[in-house]
Write a protein of this length. Structure first.
Length: 268
């Protein structure tokens, strides 16, 4: 189990055009704590800084200032503690088509992280874990799916493989950056329900990044609204979405007029 915390995190990008350089503040004084077994939805329109926060948590970027704490200790980027962290925090990306290699089987995609993170397992033990992961993401019969190549899967099935791969190192935290926005509307709810089930069963902390307030409310304990890199609202999901305090949250809510109806549409 992992507790992840951001404290006043700032991320500036230096933009050069010609001889001049300007600074773009992509993330501005962001603070939150993600506890095991909790889901925080990070919502905001395109360009608000959501993916930059994901990159900071995945160690693909470093904060300009502020602190990221892991179980109360400052994040480190090298050495044993860093590799423990990279195992504990896993990511599900937006595009299930880009994230899998067309030449490798599903089994291969899952065996790799298992071998990497659990050295010394026999081939049979790896195989057993592969099948177990496929069953956990409800790809059954697992033996059949393990043999398949990505092009033999639907978008939703690919995203389930991506989720299984993220679970392979046995993480405490899952960062899901718009995990269903590229999927067919009819299968979105199935994938989100799977994430919710796994989150409950495995006591994961989930950062669910989305611009969809309806699913944010339905699948999260807390909602955090990001506007131009800043958290403008953060609280229990129902409070934030039913009684938004900030104009920008109201604007987002109006862009998706009725969360209940949107959800009903998804469930049809
Ligand atoms: P979101 O995921 O909410 O759409 P991003 O985090 O991707 O937003 O981007 C936030 C802001 O930071 C945007 O203005 C984007 O153009 C800028 N940005 C993101 N990555 C970089 C980068 N590597 N270099 C310069 N600017 C960037
Ligand atoms: Mg993004």
């Amino acid at each position: 189990m992992t507790v992840l915390e951001m404290q006043n995190v700032v991320k500036d990008y230096r933009l050069r055009n010609g001889l001049r350089s300007t600074t773009l503040r992509a993330v501005d004084q962001v603070s939150f704590t993600l506890q095991p077994g909790r889901t925080i939805a990070l919502v905001g329109q395109s360009g608000s800084g959501k993916s930059t926060i994901a990159k900071l948590l995945m160690q693909l970027e470093r904060p300009t200032s502020g602190a990221i704490l892991v179980d109360d200790e400052p994040m480190v980027y090298r050495g044993t503690r860093a590799s423990k962290y990279r195992k504990a925090v896993q990511m599900v990306f937006q595009d299930p088509f880009a994230s899998l290699n067309p030449y490798h089987t599903v089994g291969h995609h899952l065996a790799r992280p298992i071998r990497l993170h659990h050295t010394g397992l026999s081939s049979e033990q790896v195989e057993k874990r592969v099948l177990d992961l496929l069953r956990r993401v409800r790809l059954d019969p697992a033996e059949d799916y393990a043999q398949r190549k990505p092009h033999e899967l639907s978008g939703g099935q690919r995203q389930r493989v991506a989720i299984a791969r993220a679970l392979a190192p046995e993480p405490g935290i899952l960062v899901a950056d718009e995990p269903v926005s590229m999927l067919d509307v009819s299968i979105r709810l199935g994938v989100l329900n799977l994430l919710a089930t796994l989150q409950r069963e495995e006591n994961l902390g989930v950062l669910y990044i989305t611009h969809d307030l309806a699913t944010a409310r339905h699948f999260s304990d807390e909602v955090m609204v990001l506007y131009r890199g800043e958290v403008v609202e953060h609280g229990p999901a129902d409070d934030v979405i039913l009684h938004p305090q900030h104009d920008y949250t109201r604007l987002l809510a109006n862009a998706a007029p009725d969360p209940e109806r949107r959800l009903a549409e998804l469930q049809r």
